[in-house]
Design a protein around this ligand. Sequence first.
Ligand code: HEM
Length: 515
Amino acid sequence: MDFLEPLSSLPALLYVPLLVGSLCLVFNYLVYSRRVAEWRRSKIPFLEPSFLIGHKYFWSVGSNSAVVPIDRIYRENKDKDLVAFFIATMPVVLVRSPALIKQILAKNFDKAFETWWAASPHDEIAQHVLGQSTDKGVWKSDRNTLSPMFATGRVSGEHFAKITNQITNMWTHAEEARLQGKPINTQQVTMNFIQDGFSNSFFGMDANSYEKETELRKLVQGSVKPGWSRLLRGFNFQGFQAFDSLKFVTPKDMVSMKSLLQKQMSQRSRAGGNENDLIDILLDIKEQGRDKTKDSEMDITNEMVGLGLSILFVGGISIGFVASFTLHLLSLHPEYQERIREEVEEVMKKHNTTEFTYEVVRDLHFIDQCLRETARLYPNNTALTRVCTEDITLAGTDCTLKKGQRVIFSPYSVHRDSQYFEDPDKFDPDRFSSKNMDSIDAFLAFGKGPRKCPGKNVALLMGSALIGSLVHKYEVRPRSHTKQMDAYDFHPRSFAIIHKDDILVDFKPREVLTC
Ligand code: HEM
């Protein structure tokens, strides 16, 4: 045949890649056409994939954040409540309407239980990481076990001193940097504060990240450091779980967490006392001999390692990123910094103190509003994800999501949609005032339904201590990013929403209240 003639002039070595490439393209085509036919039958509106190459929206990911193409699809399909498309060969449905999002996350929670990061059923540690479990019974029991950790009352009283210690460390560092004329890196400051607070408050570890790097800090840093493997872990394409480095929690992380817990638990056993923290909970589990898969040599069970990782990986760092963005926004809005100072002074007067006690921080409502408003503009993740574990017929539509269908929700896009938030790009903490809060229905930063964030209140409390203590002592002025950041400023190789360049600010000291 004439049209095959050019092939005869190719070196034989090229035949194999050509054949494999062609087979891949045919395979892709078959995947696309099969899935498109299914979407048609299920009445799900979809974007027509281009012949053999699917959708090109995601080609720029790696140079732009994945939020950019998802947001584009969201904006270009205003007339649809949901829309299906392909990320490479992965079929995905983006649910746009907050009412449908709530329907899936809350009402149909049982039928869309799994996240994209679901652990393999044989991975006995990852099955205990909240957010990864595929077994509702295991998930429920783990969430119950951890629930005392999320009560804000737990961190009151003397326990709160563990958090306020971090304030002193942070002030010392800020003062040193200021005296040397150096800018403050917001991410470094907030991460040090939050990680040290976490190490102390949850794991009973005395940490000061300004002095030395702890094992726990290395573990957390490794889990958030942007890179291709981190980004791909977020999408978790089919088959990726076979590669250790592409797992949501890698075997190396599990080994590190295991040795860390072992050290903390044996120290606590020797020293005695009750710190009302994660280590105490794990010691209780040990006493009950609950997990039969116990590793007798280490005396640490799969359940314990999974619970430790849940606290650290699923939530531990999120508030650090939100606080870093909050400093960015406040540096552009001196008027809100002033309101924060007035509030801090008023509340301190009310409690007759000049310290950031638990009672003071709990009453800092305007800072809480600033943190929520920041989480609206910069939610933690590129997307919330679910996989349908059963067919779901969406009430109010004639669409059915079939079992196995991957679904995403884009908090970033919903939060910046003027249909749900007036003047959506504007930083306006008063949206979250007690008067307005009840009318907000489309706020997804902490999720919805039974799997919503259990750490929200602790996160907001820690964030309030951090922002309150900084803004009360210093005026925060922008050195970099003098305009408000958007999706193009996010790190291109991270599924978490992180700014790609450092945010640098200057701290100018202020006169502070002395009783
Ligand atoms: C501003 C800070 C935070 C934000 C924006 C945030 C956001 C979220 C969101 C959106 C989810 C739901 C994910 C989904 O539905 O797939 C979630 C789940 C979770 N968060 Fe947070 N989080 C924050 C802080 C924390 C903290 C401080 C902790 C721990 C102390 C924590 C622990 C968790 C856990 C364990 C889950 C998984 C729940 C489950 O699957 O049952 N989070 N978080």
